[in-house]
Design a protein. Structure first.
Length: 301
């Protein structure tokens, strides 16, 4: 029980450490009110929450398995895959394990943040409430002696049931085969910059519009102060991205990263504090779960 992880990283240590400097700390900006707060932090102590992925209905020795048996191994393998991507190691293409590891990591960044978990829980509640008229009839037909009178009363007996369900469902969604194949089949490359400019990271670092099958779609992910990972579907889109003036591109990426931030923006030092102050949380992006929830609501009319 002593080795069970209680602090769960939604932004893995290996990712944050790419902005760490000589003493292995990185500069973390937050904006709890109207003023930027800067703090030096270690990657192991940042970008996480206690019991974020816990199953509240599981016994204590099983409650943290999403973190210990899934998220942590996923991040470890993704760290290896990223090194291959950066160094041009062909192993990333020869061994599906590593290519899929990076795709799964990209997927995880779309759904592992604290507000993602809350959106997923809320979506599950909404889906159940829509279905309850039918479920009440099924429940009434199959109700046994001693059971609550209604299905809603039955649900109320387990207030953590949706949180528990979300904990199990997120693993299935990260391993979604169809989306994983789309990501695996995209063209992957990195773009590196020179000079004094640096990329920022945040707790919403992934930049995409989710329609991965579209010809001109893209995925951007800053992977260090000088480099961004890019995925596209064709060489024309790749060339267009590579032709963008470096200074303009850095500014664009940083506006997206800082603008989408919920709690934190990360850098190597304080040089961009004024920029972060100006753009922090100014460009919130629709998350994957919000996108899917809207689609479900639209489909229901």
């Amino acid at each position: 029980m002593q080795n069970i992880p209680k602090y769960h990283h939604y932004l893995p240590s290996f990712y944050q450490s790419r902005w760490a400097v000589n003493d292995r700390r990185l500069r973390r900006f937050s904006k709890p009110r109207d003023k930027i707060v800067a703090k030096w932090v270690y990657p192991t102590q940042s970008g996480g929450e206690d019991d974020l992925y816990s199953d509240p209905e599981a016994p204590p020795d099983k409650a943290q398995v999403l973190e210990s048996d899934f998220m942590s191994p996923l991040d470890s393998l993704a760290s290896q895959a990223l090194k291959m991507i950066e160094t041009g190691d062909a192993t990333i293409n020869r061994h599906p394990k590593f290519r899929s590891a990076w795709s799964r990591f990209l997927m995880s960044l779309m759904m592992r943040m604290p507000d993602d978990i809350e959106t997923l829980k809320g979506g599950l509640v909404e889906e159940w409430m829509v279905a309850i008229p039918d479920l009440e009839e099924v429940y009434s037909t199959n109700r046994e002696d001693g059971w609550p009178e209604t299905f809603q009363e039955y649900l109320a007996r387990s207030p953590n049931s949706f949180a528990s369900w979300a904990s199990s469902l997120i693993r299935t969604l990260i391993d979604h085969q169809n989306i994983g194949e789309l990501l695996n089949n995209m063209r992957w490359f990195t773009r590196e910059i020179n000079g004094n400019a640096e990329f920022l990271a945040s707790d919403r670092p992934l930049i995409t519009w989710f329609d991965f099958s579209e010809p001109d779609t893209y995925i951007f992910l800053p992977i260090g102060p000088k480099r961004v990972f890019v995925a596209v579907n064709n060489v024309e889109t790749q060339r267009r991205i590579e032709r963008q003036p470096a200074e303009e591109w850095v500014t664009h990426i940083n506006k997206c990263a800082a603008g989408a931030a919920k709690k934190f923006v990360f850098a190597t030092d304080d040089r961009q504090m004024e920029f972060v102050d100006q753009h922090f949380g100014s460009r919130p992006r629709t998350t994957l779960f919000q996108y899917l929830l809207r689609h479900r609501r639209s489909a229901r009319g």
